[in-house]
Design a protein around this ligand. Structure first.
Ligand SMILES: C[S@@+](CC[C@H](N)C(=O)[O-])C[C@H]1O[C@@H](n2cnc3c(N)ncnc32)[C@H](O)[C@@H]1O
Ligand SMILES: [Zn+2]
Length: 283
C-alpha cells in the first residue's frame, strides 16, 4: 500500500471555501460550518441550494447495475489506459481526484496499478449521488469520498496533481482551480461508436456520438487515446446491467427491452480519453 496522507486538509468548506479540519467525526471550518462523517466514512458536503432534486444524481438501482457490470471487468481496458496516462504524464507523488466518481471503480483500479508501480498517491472522489458515494466509501478504504457537486468542488486551490473524469459533468474553471500548474486532467467520453449495437436495438436510425475537438477554456490537449474493444454479454442479467447504465433504459419500450435482454450479445465499447494540462499564463 503506497497511499500517503497529504499534509494539507483534504476538504474545504463548500459554504465559505476555507479549510475543513477533522475532529471527532466532524469536518469543521473556522466559520463554524460543520459536516458529520457518515458511518461508511464519507462526508456530505452538498449544500441545499446545489440540489436540483431530493436525491440528485444516479439512483441506487443504476448504481447497483453499474457496480455489477464494472466489477465483472468489462471496462478494464479503459481503467488500464487511465492508469498508464497518469503514470506517464502526472507529477508524483500524485494527489488524484475523481470528478463524478460513482461508486469508485476507476479510482480503485488506478490505485491497484499505482501500488504495483510503487507510486505514492492519495485519492479523493466526489459524486452528487449519495448512494454512489456510500458504496465508494464502503469499498475503497484508501480514498476520501464526499457527496458534492463538480460545479463547487470542496477541495483547496492547487491541491491535485491529477483529475480523472469519466462520463461525468464538471466546470473547467473549477478543475483549473484545484489542479496544480503542472497537473493533468483526464477526460473520458463516449467515442463515435460507443455501444452502437445497443443503440441500434433501441432506435431505428441510431446516430453516432458527436466529438468535440476544442480544449476546454484555460487548457491545452497534450494526449488523446481512442480505446475501442468488443465484449460479449452472456446473460440477461449482464445485458440489463449494461442497459441500466445508459439513458436508453428509460426510453425503450417493454417489447424492445425484452427482445434486447434475450438477444444482445456482442457489443463494442469506444472511449475517447483526452489529457489536458493548464495553459501557462504567458501563453
Ligand atoms: C455515467 S456516471 C459515471 C460514474 C463514474 N465516473 C463511472 O464511470 O463509473 C455519471 C456520474 O456523475 C454523477 N453526477 C451527475 N451530475 C453531477 C454533478 N453535478 N456533480 C457531481 N457528480 C455528478 C452521477 O451521480 C453519476 O454517478
Ligand atoms: Zn465554512
Amino acid at each position: 500500500m503506497n497511499s500517503f496522507v497529504p499534509e494539507q486538509p483534504v476538504w474545504q468548506c463548500p459554504a465559505c471555501r476555507t479549510p475543513l479540519h477533522l475532529s471527532q467525526r466532524q469536518w469543521r471550518c473556522e466559520n463554524g460550518h460543520c459536516y458529520d462523517v457518515a458511518k461508511q466514512g464519507y462526508v456530505n458536503l452538498l449544500l441545499a441550494q446545489q440540489r436540483n432534486s431530493k436525491a440528485p444524481g444516479d439512483n441506487n438501482d443504476m448504481i447497483m447495475a453499474r457496480r455489477a457490470f464494472l466489477q465483472a471487468g468489462y471496462y478494464q481496458p479503459l481503467a488500464d489506459t487511465l492508469s498508464e496516462l497518469l503514470i506517464n504524464l502526472a507529477p508524483k507523488p500524485l494527489r488524484l481526484f475523481d470528478a463524478g466518481c460513482g461508486e469508485g471503480y476507476y479510482l480503485g483500479e488506478i490505485a491497484k496499478r499505482l501500488d504495483r508501480e510503487s507510486i505514492e498517491y492519495s485519492l479523493q472522489g466526489i459524486d452528487i449521488s449519495k448512494p454512489a458515494v456510500q458504496k465508494a466509501a464502503k469499498h475503497h478504504k484508501v480514498g476520501a469520498f464526499a457527496v458534492a457537486s463538480c460545479f463547487n468542488i470542496p477541495l483547496p486551490a492547487s491541491s491535485q496533481q491529477g483529475v480523472v473524469q469519466v462520463f461525468a459533468p464538471s466546470s473547467p474553471a473549477e478543475i483549473r482551480r484545484i489542479l496544480t500548474d503542472d497537473g493533468v486532467w483526464l477526460v473520458a467520453e463516449p467515442g463515435e461508436r460507443h455501444l452502437y449495437a445497443l443503440k441500434a436495438s433501441v432506435y431505428d436510425q441510431p446516430e453516432l456520438h458527436t466529438q468535440t475537438d476544442a480544449a476546454p477554456e484555460g487548457f491545452e490537449q497534450i494526449a488523446h487515446r481512442q480505446v475501442a474493444f468488443d465484449f460479449t454479454l452472456a446473460t440477461a442479467e449482464q445485458r440489463e446491467n449494461l442497459l441500466m447504465m445508459t439513458p436508453f433504459y428509460w426510453q425503450i419500450s417493454e417489447t424492445k427491452k425484452q427482445r434486447l435482454l434475450k438477444t444482445l450479445s456482442l457489443v463494442g465499447a469506444d472511449f475517447s480519453v483526452r489529457v489536458y494540462k493548464p495553459k501557462s499564463v504567458a501563453q
